[in-house]
Ligand binder design. Structure first.
Ligand code: MF3
Ligand code: CO
Length: 253
């Protein structure tokens, strides 16, 4: 069931989104060679707490294996849901950050991919292409049109660079819970409802340098590429109005 949001709810979600983007603006410069990912998670927890929010990812998921951190940090061949730990970021790493905030019951969701120091040209190209996939997807958002238009736009951009678009994971409705209906694929498949006023969705292309196929590690969370080649991930929370779409999170470029 798709929960449509009223103006008051969208205002609350927007405030949560602006807070999340403000956090990222301080966090992104901290993502550099030598930093332990666990330290970034601690920083994020403190920041969100001080701001009066709650990390939306912490404790999310199955009761027997809830997500144990405030932020997902996925490096190189890790696509999404990388768990912060002792690992240190190295020069040339492609570091995907994904985080959400619950602010008074309103949930935001945003992901960016940061280049640690100087990265190989093909990694930089992958990163920029993935961000373009996101914006092409957002440009396809229109009340009255079908949702899979987003997937077609994302996939068309990815195809230009011969990249693999992950289809085992997708975007989603968001705002009152972290994952709501509808699913928002990056590759056209599955249900294809009409987009409508009051929908709030997270659009989040995951794009691989090689194969689109992914696997989940033994920790039950970390998603990696099947061929171990690098991946990038960008995400915005987007609200749909009668005559326009609004990106509720801020560009972080
Ligand atoms: N940010 C992810 C998404 O965009 C959700 C992360 S799952 C969690 O859908 F367990 F880490 F929260
Ligand atoms: Co998301």
């Amino acid at each position: 069931m798709i929960r449509l949001k009223n103006e008051k709810q969208i205002n609350g979600i927007r405030t949560s989104c602006k807070l999340l983007s403000a956090m990222y603006r301080e966090l992104m410069p901290l993502v550099k060679p030598g930093v332990q990912t666990l330290d970034l998670d601690r920083w994020v927890r403190d920041w969100i707490k001080k701001a009066g929010g709650r990390p939306a990812f912490l404790g999310y998921g199955p009761r027997k294996n809830p997500y144990p951190a405030a932020i997902c940090i996925s490096i190189n061949n890790e696509v999404i849901h990388g768990i912060p730990g002792k690992r240190k970021i190295l020069e040339g790493d492609l570091v995907s950050l994904d985080c959400g905030i619950d602010l008074g019951g309103f949930i935001s969701d945003q992901a960016v991919t940061v280049e640690a120091g100087r990265v190989a040209p093909e990694l930089h190209a992958l990163n920029m292409a993935t961000r373009e996939c996101l914006y092409q997807g957002i440009a396809a958002v229109k009340a009255g049109d079908r949702l899979l238009q987003i997937a077609r736009a994302v996939s068309a951009r990815a195809k230009l660079g011969n990249y693999g678009v992950v289809h085992q994971f997708c975007g989603h409705g968001v705002g009152l819970e972290l994952h709501e209906d509808p699913q928002v694929p990056n590759y056209p498949h599955g249900p294809n409802p009409r987009m409508s006023r009051g929908m709030v969705i997270a659009i989040e292309p995951m794009v691989n340098l090689g194969t689109a196929d992914v696997e989940i590690l033994q920790d039950g969370w970390t998603v990696v590429t099947a061929d171990d080649r690098p991946s990038a991930h960008w995400e915005h929370t987007v609200a749909i109005f009668e005559d326009r779409a609004e990106i509720l999170t801020d560009p972080l470029e």
